[in-house]
Design a protein around this ligand. Structure first.
Ligand code: SF4
Length: 228
């Protein structure tokens, strides 16, 4: 067994791909993969749990909610292949955290610098709404993944549900640590939880989250994480 962090993550992901703990999500991810969206009829959907992605030496963790049915559930990489990713990755590139602005699939050559991306739930949920039990089940994988990312200093939670999942991990009360775009909290282990509105189309197309707003959050995250 090697201690190399990248290999340890690879081993974890091989295990993750076999996960069927959540029957509702297993059925949904596979059904979406069979039915497909018309625009992607000729593609083979991933339709499995979606592993995290990025730099094993990351200081900044971007923590999302769950894979999109026709985005990550199709391409097999977090935030890749839908409107959320089309907003997130160019922003990371402009912030100097990604090697290129485009993200189209697992083999597109994209690399992240100092950043890792994962989600609270790793299988696409119907209506983007995992149940409480599904959050709890997938926290098993979050714990194992975080244990392999010891350099993390900052969590950037995309949306309230990702924020709440991290509070749950630290047994912190939501009432005392409410979600708010741009808010930050020092966690018991010294890491910082920083919030942003989710990069969903619903937020970016309505102007709730603009490129400028997200760029400011990324700059704050870089500063807190000690990233160039
Ligand atoms: Fe497993 Fe997480 Fe998918 Fe549930 S959501 S089946 S725990 S990988």
């Amino acid at each position: 067994m090697s201690d190399d962090p990248a290999r340890a993550l690879e081993r974890l992901y091989r295990e993750l791909l076999e996960c069927r703990r959540c029957p509702r999500l297993v059925a949904w991810r596979e059904k979406v993969g069979r039915q497909k969206r018309r625009a992607f009829q000729n593609e083979t959907y991933w339709a499995r749990p979606v592993p995290g992605f990025g730099d094993p030496a990351a200081r900044l963790l971007i923590f999302g909610l769950a894979p999109g049915a026709h985005g990550s559930n199709r391409t097999g990489r977090m935030f890749t292949g839908d409107a959320s990713g089309n907003f997130l990755y160019p922003a990371l590139w402009r912030a100097g955290l990604a090697s290129q602005p485009q993200a189209s699939g697992r083999d597109d050559g994209l690399e992240l610098h100092g950043v890792y991306i994962t989600a609270a739930v790793r299988c696409a949920p119907p209506a983007n709404k995992p149940t409480r039990q599904e959050f709890a089940a997938c926290s098993y994988w979050t714990e194992r993944e975080l244990a392999l990312l010891p350099g993390l200093r900052v969590y950037l939670a995309l949306g309230r549900l990702a924020h709440d999942a991290l509070l749950e991990r630290y047994r912190l009360a939501k009432t005392r640590h409410p979600f708010g775009h741009g808010r930050s909290y020092r966690l018991p282990d010294g890491r910082v939880l920083l919030d942003s509105y989710h990069v969903s189309r619903q937020n970016t197309q309505t102007g709730r989250l603009t490129e400028e707003m997200f760029a400011a959050v990324l700059e704050r995250a870089k500063e807190l994480a000690g990233l160039g």
